[in-house]
Design a protein around this ligand. Structure first.
Ligand code: F6R
Ligand code: MG
Ligand code: MG
Length: 369
């Protein structure tokens, strides 16, 4: 039997130029150089890129998910990068590296992680997603539509293996003592899945599996930084890996829901609602420290060797989408701090409002009847 291959993405914000715009070229080179030189005997191939202020390291290897050697390599690359970020006076240097001592893997240390282990098919296409200025729940609606709704995925009607449906592993990220997960299957339990995924801040898809073959199709990072640090340290900016085609949804079916530009949490100060804008490779952040962005690169992998990435949102169709989604951003920004434009108290990433309310509470008087 062929030996399994593992795809690992490890991603963090370790500093950026001019606020939260993008990492410097030197920072990217430092991270990539570390992976390339120190990872020679560990990894088969790698890709380093950025989405907004986050640097993502994609590596291929045969060590399986949560492999200490791979996680350590990436953690050290991010530490080396942090040194450069500090030297260059970049903003938020080392921001997402929340722990000092490395103990086995980077889960719970700040960086976002998504890993898939599988036996390579004859042709193995997959997608690597990275989002900035939002949280892991941002992927929930697009995943639901791509894996459970024939309006977006005609494969659910047209292809026998896809019609068998999918197994969903969903995590309750509000529980911080350990991983709290539930397993549900679509289509039978798709209303239950929807009932959970409605709540983007609490229930997050961790993995999706094909019911036809049992293989894992998707892996999503579930890190909630404020649950690790207990305070605001930036939004979680999730990554995701999805295998596509044949027994899995087609690449275009996975991408179809990103035409919506659905409203997600994040944007300015991680405390607002904004539409998820599909952007090109290595895009920066701008309007109102946003808008929340998602970028997606398609690869094929053979014996662990990656092709060059195909930038899926770099196409005239998505220019039209970008205009449409920008209008959605404009619409919600018009109402500033009011109502749904700003996140509920539990999700605000700054403590200013809590403090203000505490102060004002003392000034409130209950009128005598
Ligand atoms: C950071 C982010 C930004 C910052 C904002 C203020 O990921 O989303 O919107 O929250 O630029 O940053 P500070 O408080 O660090 O000056
Ligand atoms: Mg940041
Ligand atoms: Mg970020």
């Amino acid at each position: 039997m062929a030996k399994k291959i593992t795809l690992s993405i490890i991603k963090a914000d370790i500093g950026s130029i001019g606020g939260h715009i993008k990492p410097s070229q030197k920072l990217l080179e430092t991270v990539e150089n570390h992976v390339k030189t120190k990872g020679k005997k560990l990894i088969i191939d790698w890709y380093v890129g950025h989405t907004g202020d986050d640097i993502a390291i994609l590596s291929t290897h045969r060590k399986g998910p949560l492999a200490e050697s791979i996680h350590k390599l990436c953690w050290k690359a991010l530490l080396e990068g942090t040194k450069v970020a500090k030297k260059q006076g970049l903003y938020g240097a080392g921001q997402d590296l929340l722990k000092d001592t490395f103990s086995g893997n980077v889960k719970g240390m700040g960086p976002a992680v998504a890993e898939l282990e599988f036996e390579e098919r004859t042709a193995e296409p997959f997608l690597m997603f990275a989002a900035d200025k939002t949280d892991p729940g941002a992927y929930s609606l697009p995943l639901y539509l791509a894996f459970a709704d024939p309006m977006y995925n005609p494969g659910l009607m047209l292809s026998a293996p896809i019609k068998k449906g999918f197994k969903w592993v969903i995590m309750d990220v509000s529980y911080t003592k350990a991983d709290k997960i539930i397993t549900l299957v679509s289509p039978e339990e798709s209303y239950d899945i929807a009932a959970l995924l409605r709540d983007n801040s609490r229930f997050v898809v961790e993995g999706i599996y094909s019911r036809a073959t049992g293989e894992r199709v998707a892996a999503v990072s579930t890190t909630r930084l404020h649950n690790i640090a207990g305070r605001y340290v930036g939004k979680d900016d999730p990554v995701m890996l999805i295998r596509t085609q044949k027994n899995f949804p087609a690449t275009g079916e996975i991408l179809a829901p990103y035409t919506i530009g659905h409203y997600v949490s994040g944007f300015m100060r991680g405390s607002h609602t904004g539409p998820l804008l599909p952007v090109k490779k290595n895009s920066s952040i701008s309007f109102f420290d946003g808008p929340p962005v998602v970028n997606c690169l398609a690869f094929c992998v053979k014996d662990g060797k990656l092709t060059e990435p195909a930038d899926v949102f770099d196409h005239p169709y998505w220019d039209w989408v970008r205009n449409k989604v920008s209008q959605k951003a404009e619409e919600i920004r018009k109402q500033g701090f009011s109502g749904v434009a700003m996140l509920p108290m539990s999700e605000l990433e700054y403590t200013g409002i809590v403090e203000t309310l505490k102060k004002l509470e003392k000034k409130f008087k209950v009128r005598k009847k």
